[in-house]
Design a protein. Structure first.
Length: 65
C-alpha cells in the first residue's frame, strides 16, 4: 500500500497502521479490501484513479464485476 499515513476528513479518521476507520472516535467495521480501496483513493486524491489501476492494486488483477 505504500507509505503508511493517517487521514482525517469530516468526522472520519483513517489509521492506516492499525487498518482502522473511525467516525467520531468510534471504530467503523469495513472489509479489508474496502479499507484498502478507501486508502488508495485518499492517497491518490489529486488525480483520477482508473478502474484498471484499482483492479490491479486492490484486487491484484483478479476479474471482478
Amino acid at each position: 500500500m505504500g507509505d503508511i499515513l493517517d487521514f482525517r476528513f469530516g468526522t472520519f479518521e483513517i489509521d492506516a497502521a492499525r487498518q482502522e476507520l473511525r467516525r467520531a472516535g468510534e471504530a467503523v467495521h469495513i472489509e479489508p479490501q474496502v479499507f484498502d480501496l478507501l486508502v488508495h483513493l485518499v492517497q491518490n486524491r489529486d488525480r483520477i484513479v482508473s478502474k484498471d489501476e484499482l483492479i490491479e492494486t486492490i484486487w491484484r488483477g483478479r476479474i471482478i464485476s
